[in-house]
Structures are given as C-alpha cells and as structure tokens.
Design a protein around this ligand. Structure first.
Ligand code: HEC
Length: 153
C-alpha cells in the first residue's frame, strides 16, 4: 500500500470537510439573520391604513370612557377581552401590536385582513371578516386608549 498517496487523499478530504463546514456555517449564519428579522419587523408593523403615527402619553381617563362606550356599542358583539368570541380576545392587544396597527385594523379591517401579513393570519384563524364599524379616526384613538387602560396591570 502506498502510504504517502493515502495521506494525500486524507489531506484533501480534510480540506474538503473544513470547506464544507465553513460553507454550511455561513449558510446557517445568513439564514439565522433572516429568521430573527422577520418576526421583529412583523411585530413592529404599523399595518395598512390612514394612521401613520400615534403619540402616546399618560392614560387619559375621559378618552378611555368615550372609547369604552364605543367599544360596547360597536365591537362587543364580536370581541371580549378574556376569550375569543367571533374575533380574537383583546386582552394584551396593545402589547402584541403597535398603536398604529390597532387603529388601522379598526379603521381599515377589510384591506388589513387582505394585505397585511398579521391581518391575513388572523382572518385565517377566525374565518370571519371583521367589518368596518363606521368609526372616525378620533373614535378609534379613544378605543385604543381604552385598550391601553385594559392592559395596565
Ligand atoms: C363582525 C364581528 C366583529 C366586529 C363587529 C368587530 N370585530 Fe374586530 N375582529 C373580528 C375578527 C373576526 C377579527 C380577526 C380578523 C378577521 O378575521 O377579520 C378581528 C380583529 C380585531 C383586532 C385585532 C386583534 C389582534 O389580536 O390583533 C382588533 C384590535 C379588533 N378586531 C378591534 C375591533 C374593534 C375596536 C371593533 C369595534 C370598532 C371591532 N373589532 C369590531 C371581528 C369583529
């Protein structure tokens, strides 16, 4: 048996293995970056609709009261806070969505469930289309204030 030839083969095999390892590490590293980015950008999404920017301050109790009235009149047939009815349970919604996304969902639910990735997922889960409740932007802001108050613990 020719030992020097065998060593030569082993050497090439090692280089091949190391190169392969490096390549797969690079692929894993790049892939890892992508999967880390996706949920973050989704979670930070403002959704699709008229609301681009909402400024939040301390909870405004008179807004909360008006928002609660609107909610009870126009939303409570389909939503509760602690359990799913027709639509999802709304407890902690201000923790899982941005203020802009919530207001756009209230003001533009059809486009949101057709084009926004989170909206599409929700429609897929709940299988009923949330309909526009003839809400003005100012009223949607008051409902958001009510949700913020409900999520305070
Ligand atoms: C006809 C039933 C119905 C009414 C009325 C309704 N919704 Fe919805 N809502 C849904 C459904 C169903 C979804 C899930 C998306 C879809 O399938 O359209 C949803 C989703 C939502 C979401 C997103 C929840 C999450 O987990 O991200 C919010 C916020 C919301 N609705 C708020 C409201 C508010 C505020 C009102 C009143 C102005 C309202 N909804 C009225 C059925 C309704």
């Amino acid at each position: 048996m020719n030992l020097s030839k065998l060593n030569g083969v082993n050497h090439r095999l090692k280089i091949g293995l190391i190169l392969g390892l490096l390549m797969s590490m690079t692929i894993i590293a790049c892939g890892g970056d992508k999967t880390e980015e996706a949920p973050a950008s989704k979670a930070g999404s403002k959704g699709i609709g008229p609301v681009n920017s909402v400024t939040l301050g301390a909870i405004d109790q008179s807004m909360v009261d008006r928002g609660k009235k609107q909610f009870e009149a126009k939303c409570s047939a389909c939503h509760k806070f602690e359990e799913k009815v027709v639509g999802p349970a709304l407890q902690d919604v201000t923790l899982r969505r941005t203020p802009e996304w919530i207001m756009n969902m209230i003001l533009n639910p059809v486009e949101m469930t057709q084009k926004d990735p989170i909206g599409q997922e929700l429609l897929g889960e709940h299988l009923t289309q949330m309909t526009f409740q003839n809400i003005k932007e100012e009223e949607a802001r008051e409902i958001l204030e009510y949700f913020r108050k409900m999520d305070l613990k």
